[in-house]
Design a protein around this ligand. Structure first.
Ligand SMILES: *[C@@H]1O[C@H](CO)[C@@H](O)[C@H](O)[C@H]1NC(C)=O
Ligand SMILES: *[C@@H]1O[C@H](CO)[C@@H](O)[C@H](O)[C@H]1NC(C)=O
Ligand SMILES: *[C@@H]1O[C@H](CO)[C@@H](O)[C@H](O)[C@H]1NC(C)=O
Length: 345
């Protein structure tokens, strides 16, 4: 089966994730050759640093699962990523906003996971941030101590690995590179500081602090805000020979503007995702559950694209009013409730 560079972007992660447990015992050469769809430079990184592969895969998986959570009540819901369909290359990842989010959140996931693996001592090539280890005072009067997350290493590693796929120098690659960077930046900008006080009976005579990763949900939330405001970009002729095309936001007939680094950018308008169209990455919304009372994207009107919905009544039963009797039994009552579920026609 023929797979384009783009359509197998996620494929390699998924296939090798499932195979991972069985291949970790094998040598780097074998692992790296078994992962389908690796770009040459990625294969080289894989061979040089085989211990990072688990963290890369974990990061990509975290990104995809965040995408699914963020889009759970929307027509396009990230499902095709990592599903059987993607595995067989039916899904073409287009230059849409949804692709922009996907690239950003996956690249953020890899940067995050590598940084975390460094802090946990899982990788031989990195650890805690050495520039913040030596008890140096910060301008705010406390000292660096503990294990500061080396996010610079994680970001740079993710840049080298994830960006290595974008070798075509066309508008789509430029878009992906931009969104990959926006994803990494979202991690960097959310790094925090945690502190601990030392001193007799809780007095804060010495305060030591270290940098920490945010919760990944914060990164996903931020990128979701950016997704909602993502900007349409167009390829225009670059000024220098090295950059034959650049992506710019079209403001009016005359003026173009460079996108901001934190912006998500896209090239193609999204389909409405109402109908099944595998070529557009659209699974359609027939059979999707919807919320009859919501006016949001998960509401039946929007979700079902005006086709209407079916109502299923059923009785939900669960254990309730559980009591503990000494000793040692638990008795519960059975509670039930009539509920309805709505699915799109
Ligand atoms: C996402 O969409 C697919 C296909 O329309 C559906 O099968 C799946 O249940 C949806 N997932 C969620 C979490 O709603
Ligand atoms: C680090 O290694 C431990 C033990 O193998 C594992 O449970 C953990 O998930 C790893 N952490 C990362 C971020 O890869
Ligand atoms: C449906 O939407 C309403 C209004 O937004 C919300 O209060 C309710 O919790 C939702 N129900 C479900 C099952 O998600």
């Amino acid at each position: 089966m023929f797979l384009t560079q783009k359509s197998c972007f996620f494929l390699f992660l998924i296939v090798f994730l499932s195979a991972l447990s069985s291949v970790v015992a094998l040598g780097a050469n074998i692992i790296c050759n078994r992962i389908p769809g690796l770009a040459p430079k990625q294969k080289e990184i894989c061979q040089r640093r085989p211990d990072t592969i688990v963290a890369i895969g974990e990061g990509a998986r975290q990104g995809i699962s965040e995408c699914r959570w963020q889009f759970r009540g929307r027509r396009w819901n990230c499902t095709h990523l990592g599903s059987e369909k993607a595995t067989f290359g039916h899904v073409h990842i287009l230059g849409t906003k949804e692709a922009a989010y996907t690239y950003a959140v996956t690249s953020a996931g890899v940067a995050y996971s590598i940084t975390q693996a460094c802090s946990q001592g899982n990788l031989s090539s990195c650890g805690c941030d050495r520039s913040k280890l030596d008890g140096q005072y910060s301008p705010k009067g406390w000292r660096w101590g503990g294990c500061s997350a080396d996010f610079r290493y994680g970001l740079e590693f993710a840049r080298q690995f994830v960006d290595a796929r974008e070798i075509e120098h066309d508008a789509r690659s430029l878009m992906n590179l931009h969104n990959n960077r926006a994803g990494r930046k979202a991690v960097k900008d959310r790094m925090g500081t945690e502190c601990k006080c030392h001193g007799v009976s809780g007095a804060c005579t010495i305060k030591t602090c270290w940098t920490t990763l945010p919760r990944f949900r914060e990164v996903g939330d931020f990128l979701m805000k950016k997704y909602k405001k993502s900007k349409l970009a167009r390829p225009t002729k670059g000024k220098r020979a090295k950059t034959p095309i650049v992506l710019q936001l079209k403001r009016s007939r005359r003026t173009n503007k460079k996108p901001r680094r934190s912006d998500l950018i896209y090239l193609d308008r999204s389909p409405n995702y109402c109908e099944y169209d595998p070529d557009l990455g659209s699974l359609g919304t027939v059979g999707r559950t919807c919320n009859r009372t919501s006016v949001g994207t998960d509401g039946c009107d929007l979700m079902c694209c005006g086709r209407g919905y079916n109502t299923h009544q059923f009785t939900r039963t669960w254990q309730c009013n559980c009591k503990f009797h000494w000793c040692c039994t638990v008795t519960c009552q059975s509670c039930s409730e009539r509920t309805e579920e709505y699915t799109c026609k």
